[in-house]
Ligand binder design. Structure first.
Ligand code: 2P0
Length: 330
């Protein structure tokens, strides 16, 4: 057969993930080294599939198509900067043609660069003739977007913050628990500020940030213990507390960063009420107004129905754990 270095086209896919213990802040922006380690669940049925060909692109530059359309100048620059990294490492010099398609619409509340950059890292490195193992791939994906570091692997995933490029990578965590996430889309309004900018502002101006970093380290240890013990209530409490702590920290930035809408607060109260009635439900919230509910897989449909009852006018969907990055043959 042909040597790996002869490959110039490759297709790969990756699922998105939701953090149970959050990543919020980089100590080194250029290398994308996070301030804290994080823990996430990769979600099934949320793949983005990306093809990269180092074929000369549009002649002078990379040609990028995302969901059938041209990306914004900012998105294009981010993809090109990432491919420049792959070109520098592999020795490939040609511009590329990139086509990417998400299997889940942005309106589903899972808009995330995690699946996109994990799939791009796998397709681009393979197309450039590099043969990376999971850890190396997760380190590369990290340079595209922090949360993409975790989407390289399936199921429960730990991103070790580390202190430099070699030590900041993700790895799968053994988990025998039956977990699911119920996604509640409260608003399809576009988020007002990007995660990258919001993290920077939180680190530079929130007086709560040092306390967040300290609390997050403890939260992670408790979460990992709860997973080892198979204790969903303990895990859920720490997951909800960690997300609320992240938002409290960014709300305390100057000016405050408020991703929540009134419906977000209403959903948090509804979830508390459901918990008091005995349902295993704990909330987490990312860089937007929507709420994701950690629950037991066996009760996920019951939980989804209860959420639809209480939160009329919202779109509720059940997501179960899914696999990691996949190279698509052919
Ligand atoms: C997370 N989020 O752990 C956190 C929680 C959102 C809230 O990672 O700047 O798109 O590209 O590294 O990964 C979203 O931020 O930010 C995110 P960059 P990213 O999932």
């Amino acid at each position: 057969g042909s040597s790996p270095s002869a490959i110039t086209t490759a297709t790969a896919s990756a699922n998105t993930n939701i953090a149970l213990i959050k990543y919020w802040g980089k100590v080194d922006e250029a290398q994308a080294i996070p301030a804290t380690s994080s823990l996430s669940l990769t979600l099934g049925g949320t793949r983005t599939t990306t093809t990269v060909s180092f074929d000369g692109g549009d002649g002078a530059a990379d040609s990028v198509t995302i969901n059938g359309a041209s990306p914004s100048a900012v998105e294009l620059e981010r993809v090109t900067r990432f491919l420049d990294l792959v070109r520098a490492r592999s020795g490939v010099t040609a511009p590329a043609t990139i086509t990417s398609r998400a299997s889940v619409p942005l309106a589903a509340g899972l808009a995330s660069s995690a699946a996109g950059f994990a799939a791009l890292a796998a397709a681009a490195s393979r197309a450039a003739g590099m043969d990376l193992d999971g850890r190396e791939l997760s380190r590369l994906a990290r340079r595209g977007s922090g949360s993409a570091t975790r989407s390289v692997f399936g199921g429960l995933v730990l991103w070790n913050a580390g202190h430099d490029d070699a030590s900041s990578y993700a790895e799968p965590v053994a988990c025998e628990m039956d977990l699911a996430m119920v996604v509640v889309v409260l608003s399809q309004r576009y988020k007002p500020i990007s995660s990258t900018l919001a993290m920077r502002a939180t680190m530079s101006s929130s007086p709560l940030f040092p306390a967040w970093v300290e609390a997050s380290g403890r939260d992670l240890q408790v979460a990992l213990e709860a997973v080892r013990a198979g204790d969903l209530a303990r895990l859920g409490e720490i997951v909800e507390g960690n997300a609320l702590g992240m938002h409290a920290t960014m709300i305390a930035a100057r000016p405050g960063i408020i991703y929540w809408l009134p419906q977000t607060v209403a959903a948090l109260h509804a979830i508390r009420a459901m918990r008091e009635e005995g349902l295993p439900v704990w909330a987490t919230i990312d860089a937007g107004p929507n709420v994701k509910v950690l629950t037991e897989g066996a009760r996920a449909e019951e939980v989804a129905a209860a959420l639809r009852d209480r939160l009329t006018g919202t779109a509720v969907s059940v997501r179960r754990p899914g696999g990691g990055v996949r190279i698509e043959e052919g």
